[in-house]
Write a protein that binds this ligand. Structure first.
Ligand code: CO
Length: 434
């Protein structure tokens, strides 16, 4: 299979983007760096905004959700907005507020399961800590990002000699007792809590007692890779959904002086239901749209015209057909890896796609010169959902759910196609030019 040099470069850039983003807070910081480098200026939700055509701006909420936009030259009520949504969070293990415990001469950290990870894939990986920490300061506290490059933590498997049925029954962990992550050997006279605080305090250059609270992700330190006979596949953590964030961000960064206002919204908390201030179920995107409309001087009538002329693309990964598990799939809806963006449909509105919005996305793909595919889940299996139906219901904007096909969704090491990533960037770029 031949892969164009530009597509290869886009895939490599995705791996770099994910490697720089070991937690949702880091993902937003990575987006922010790239936006600033491209001339986007940060807005603050607490300040008054003044916007004009051509302005490139972004706003962050809760450090883990970000909305970036380019103000179009056309009147908002006449053109509406072109919006692409995705999410910054991924399922995994989060460190508890008081995590450190000494057990039988070892120090281990208690974790909460965030969302729906494939827990077995977290065993025997070179895990470390990344996230945000709130540190005491003379006037209160300051928020700092922290990340350890070296492996600090591990969930060692139980040997097969003590778990003889593992290959027949599957690898299972009791979430309370068997998931804590090993941090080190306990030291005489040193509390487990001190062993946990010490490396974080040292990394941030503060006193261990000044660490007030933390939100830390156990992340995989192994970098992303390209694999396959022609290196046509991608392997990395968090492809769901940082691959969609990266594709949408690239499309926005390539947008200059658009007619319609183009906007990317990357939310936190999708994997746990989106009901939070920084989630798609919160007011973030509605607040930003209201401020855009207010800045353009739209009255109530024109605000509704703006909404009615807008289009929302919910970009989240799709299930690629796995040749080893043909029975898991709906026979007529095989979405093949490296065969193009997937339009996801569900009559019960687990996806926001309608026949009309699917047709509109097909037209965008045709314009971009990329193939596209359709996916429906097996009728006897419940399918996942996305931010699509939540945003569509909240804003009343016609919406479509799309994504690149991938394998092993919610594994700590997921796979996808190099060609698909390039196709998705092209399709989303066409959406911003529509
Ligand atoms: Co997702």
């Amino acid at each position: 299979m031949t892969i164009p040099a530009n597509t290869r470069q886009q895939a490599q850039d995705l791996l770099d983007f994910i490697d720089a983003s070991p937690s949702p807070w880091h993902a937003v910081a990575t987006c922010e760096q790239r936006l600033q480098a491209a001339g986007f200026a940060r807005l603050d939700e607490t300040e008054r905004w003044t916007l004009q055509a051509g302005d490139k701006r972004y706003v962050v909420r809760g450090d883990a959700a970000i909305i970036a936009f380019v103000v179009g030259s056309a009147a908002l009520a006449e053109s509406g907005l072109r919006i692409i949504g995705a999410h910054t969070d991924s399922p995994g293990l989060r460190i508890k507020p008081r995590p450190a415990e000494e057990v039988g001469g070892m120090v281990r950290l208690g974790v909460e399961v965030y969302g729906g990870p494939i827990l077995a894939t977290f065993a025997d990986r070179d895990l470390s800590l990344a996230g945000r920490v709130h540190v005491r300061t003379p006037d209160g506290f300051a928020t700092r990002l922290v990340r350890f490059a070296d492996p600090l933590l591990r969930l060692p498997n139980l040997a097969i000699h003590m778990n003889r049925e593992v290959n027949e029954s599957g690898l299972k962990f009791n979430k309370q007792s068997e998931l804590p992550l090993l941090l080190g050997v306990a030291e005489e006279g040193v509390k487990a809590d001190a062993r946990f605080r010490q490396p974080i305090a040292a990394a941030l250059g503060v006193e261990p007692g000044d660490l007030l609270t933390w939100e830390l992700n156990a992340y995989d330190t192994q970098k992303g890779s390209l694999w396959g006979a022609d290196r046509e596949f991608i392997a990395d953590s968090q492809l769901d959904n940082l691959a969609s964030c990266h594709a949408a961000l690239n499309a926005l960064l390539a947008t200059d002086q658009p007619a319609a206002t183009c906007l990317c919204a990357f939310f936190d908390h999708e994997e746990v239901g989106s009901e939070s201030a920084a989630g798609a179920g919160g007011s973030f995107i509605a607040d930003v749209l209201a401020r855009l409309a207010g800045n353009a001087g739209l009255d109530g009538e024109d605000q509704r015209r703006m909404v009615a002329r807008s289009f929302f693309i919910s970009a989240d990964m799709a299930h690629g057909w796995h040749p080893n598990f043909p029975a898991a799939y709906e026979p007529c809806h095989h979405a093949l890896v490296n065969a193009g963006p997937v339009i996801k449909s569900n009559a019960n509105q687990r996806y926001s796609t309608t026949g009309e919005t699917a047709a509109r996305f097909m037209a965008l793909c045709a314009r971009a010169g990329v193939p596209c595919q359709q996916y429906a889940h097996r009728t006897d299996l419940g399918c996942g959902s996305t931010i699509g139906p939540i945003v569509a219901a909240r804003l009343g904007i016609p919406s479509v759910d799309v994504g690149s096909p991938m394998w092993a969704m919610h594994s700590i090491r997921e796979s996808a196609g190099v060609l698909d990533h390039g196709y998705m960037i092209a399709a989303l770029s066409a959406a911003f030019a529509d």
